[in-house]
Design a protein. Structure first.
Length: 175
C-alpha cells in the first residue's frame, strides 16, 4: 500500500519531539534550564490536523517542561514524556481511543522510534532522520525536523483525506 493510501486512514497522529518537532539540538542556560526551538509553521500544521478531526499525541523519550508548555499552547492533550517503550504507549492510547494501528501515524527520527513506526499504519520521517529510520518510513519529508517537517506531514495527511483544500480555503479566500 502506498503512503497516500495509508495517510487517508489516519485518525491519530503521534510525534516524537527532538529531531521532529525541533531540530534536535539541546540548549541549556547557565542555571540548567533546557531550551528548545519549535517552528511556528509546524504549529499551524498541528492546528490544521486538529481542525481536520485528527487526534494528536506527543510521545517522547525525554522529559521537559518546554514540551509540556508547547503541547498546552497547541492544545495537544495526549502528551507522554520519559517514554522508553513508545510502541506500548501508543498501543495503549489507541486502545483507549478505540482506534487501530492502521489508523495511526507516527513521525520519528531515531532508533527509539522504530518499533512504533514499524507497527503503525503510516511511518513518517523528517529529512534529518537517521538513515535506518528513513529506509523504513512510508513517507519522508523534504524538510528537517524543527524546520517544517511537521507541517509537511500534516498537509500530506490532510490532502490524502481530501480535507486540505477546505481547511486552507479560509486563508486563501477570506470572507
Amino acid at each position: 500500500m502506498d503512503a497516500r493510501s495509508r495517510a487517508s486512514r489516519i485518525r491519530l497522529m503521534a510525534f516524537d519531539v527532538d529531531g521532529v518537532m525541533t531540530d534536535g539540538g539541546l540548549c541549556y542556560t547557565d542555571d540548567g534550564h533546557e531550551l528548545k526551538t519549535f517552528d511556528v509553521q509546524d504549529g499551524l500544521g498541528v492546528k490544521l490536523l486538529q481542525r481536520g478531526g485528527v487526534e494528536l499525541a506527543i510521545v517522547t523519550g525525554r522529559s521537559s517542561g518546554v514540551v509540556a508548555a508547547r503541547a498546552a499552547d497547541l492544545g495537544i492533550e495526549h502528551v507522554f514524556q520519559g517514554v522508553a517503550d513508545k510502541r506500548a504507549t501508543v498501543g495503549e492510547l489507541l486502545a483507549r481511543l478505540g482506534f487501530h494501528w492502521p489508523e495511526c501515524a507516527f513521525m520519528g527520527d531515531d532508533l527509539i522510534d522504530l518499533p512504533v513506526m514499524m507497527r503503525c499504519g503510516l511511518a513518517i520521517a523528517p529529512a534529518n532522520a537517521r538513515p535506518v529510520v528513513r529506509e523504513r518510513a512510508h513517507a519522508l519529508t523534504d524538510s528537517a525536523g524543527g524546520h517544517g517537517a511537521v507541517r509537511e506531514a500534516a498537509e500530506f495527511i490532510l490532502a490524502a483525506q481530501g480535507k486540505l483544500d477546505h481547511l486552507l480555503a479560509g486563508y486563501l479566500d477570506p470572507p
